[in-house]
Design a protein around this ligand. Sequence first.
Ligand SMILES: C[S@@+](CC[C@H](N)C(=O)[O-])C[C@H]1O[C@@H](n2cnc3c(N)ncnc32)[C@H](O)[C@@H]1O
Length: 246
Amino acid sequence: MSEFKCEEVLPYDSKESKKEQISKMFDRIAGAYDPMNHLMSLGQDRRWRRKAIERLASFSPKRILDVATGTGDFAIVAGLSLNPDYLLGVDISEGMMNVGREKVQRLGLSDKISFQYEDATELSLPSDSFDAVTVAFGVRNFSSLSKGLSEICRVLRKEGVVAILEMTEPENWFFKIGYKLYTKLCIPILAKIKSKDQLAYDYLPNSIAAFPQGERMRQLLLSCGFSSVEIKKFTMQTCTFYLAVK
Ligand SMILES: C[S@@+](CC[C@H](N)C(=O)[O-])C[C@H]1O[C@@H](n2cnc3c(N)ncnc32)[C@H](O)[C@@H]1O
């Protein structure tokens, strides 16, 4: 039985588990992921990651884990701005991480940033081993949201901090109309032109709509072991930033 509606939203009509479907979907779209992401968010995704990392700067984290790292954009901004000793990006899609590995190598960051296959809901990493964890647009895809957030809390040291960015449906009715028009009309057209997998871009608004946001997410983070949660909304409430301290 799933705890949250988003855990039941799947990209494909198949008997495979959510984890298998998600990793296949991201392997399929990996090559087009970065340009499609920047296009769909009208370049805002870069700004959201930058803002989240700016907020993390005051914690001066030296050991950082980027969960659901994908093609490594959040890890790269963190690596460049926060100058950590060590940054590990983990994901269940090797296709996405291969794109990330190439970018990291091109930027000369290979001695600082590395990638490893890991499922966020059952991390093989030791407890209390990171100063900060970052997750951009990843938690919505977990097969169990509370397992993933509890694992993140476990690997953080005491007073360590997690920075989460996630897409959200605006609550303000005016922004919501604009968001609905954009996701129903523009995204399918962009997906048809740019991506090999249209279903992946049907999954996107469906999973966003089913994700527990705002206060519900705060309560969930608290129940997963965090002690304080800060929430900020970006760009007409389409993206929410959560900062939680262990
Ligand atoms: C929308 S992408 C985000 C990539 C990147 N963080 C960014 O800022 O663009 C979501 C990523 O989450 C990964 N993911 C989904 N479920 C996961 C899990 N249980 N454990 C680790 N990674 C997961 C996917 O494979 C995918 O690469």
